[in-house]
Design a protein around this ligand. Sequence first.
Ligand SMILES: [Fe+2]
Ligand SMILES: [Fe+2]
Length: 365
Amino acid sequence: MASAMELSLLNPTVHHHGIAGKAASQLPARRAFSAVRFRVRASAAAPPAAKPGSPKKRGKTEVNESLLTPRFYTTDFDEMEQLFNAEINKQLNQDEFDALLQEFKTDYNQTHFIRNPEFKEAADKMQGPLRQIFVEFLERSCTAEFSGFLLYKELGRRLKKTNPVVAEIFSLMSRDEARHAGFLNKGLSDFNLALDLGFLTKARKYTFFKPKFIFYATYLSEKIGYWRYITIFRHLKANPEYQVYPIFKYFENWCQDENRHGDFFSALLKAQPQFLNDWKAKLWSRFFCLSVYVTMYLNDCQRTAFYEGIGLNTKEFDMHVIIEVNRTSTPCLYHELCVLVASLCSVLDSFWTTAEHDNSDNCTP
Ligand SMILES: [Fe+2]
Ligand SMILES: [Fe+2]
């Protein structure tokens, strides 16, 4: 997962504390929007004059979780077990899942995520606002990837008996997401920081989505992730003067993981036609698409310094991603999505213009 679950605007009514593995019904309900903090070790300041041998992970800083912060998700695992029971659901195409499992077992990126000294050198050169915004990019991306790891790992565990093939695919996807999160966290160490993922697992609230919404959200997140990574990779390949940090060189193979994850969710959606075909499902899927796109757009518009720092125009980048996700989505979702695109540009721009206007009003003495 990459843009992973950019769904904060949806603000589902129930959040949970604890590990994703607990059945939703066992978890205490919490009011949405309440502030949570998560822990980041050390400081994002310019490279410190550290004593030789002193630990990289020093001290603690707390970071506020906002409405647009990437979230952790949980679902109704009992319903999931029913959905993937081949005796109940005759739509499940086990041959397709067997083929997908072989793809995941191949593990194309097993040796891809290997670092080199360029990372630290590039981080040390980065100063001022770009350094700060870069750290935020790494933190948010790491949290989003880790969110995917937790959800997929638990689905892998819970579906083992009902559908071992689907369960193993989830476990292998959690392997990929753990690798992505770990690589981003190593990137943070170049800036003398580290996300405490064990602490995050226990301390953060979990947002509950019914399985249907998990399918929409994860499918979109994976496809959006693919298009974001490949777009940045291609842009920096064509404009190497903006290659400020080597992590982007890894995006070409990395995004293939996200694409495979998206293809798996596409197969899952096909096996659950009730989530796509009736009028309620069509409305919900459109609502999800719009929410995901708007959240991504607002998140990115707050971080134009990052995109400009790597030579991208934020709004053009986002619209490109949205249009490509539409173009390449499965036929069932494509029809829902393409209707939105034409109006989306103006809707998003009006959201942002209104937000900017409100913000400047607030600043007026
Ligand atoms: Fe993914
Ligand atoms: Fe990922």
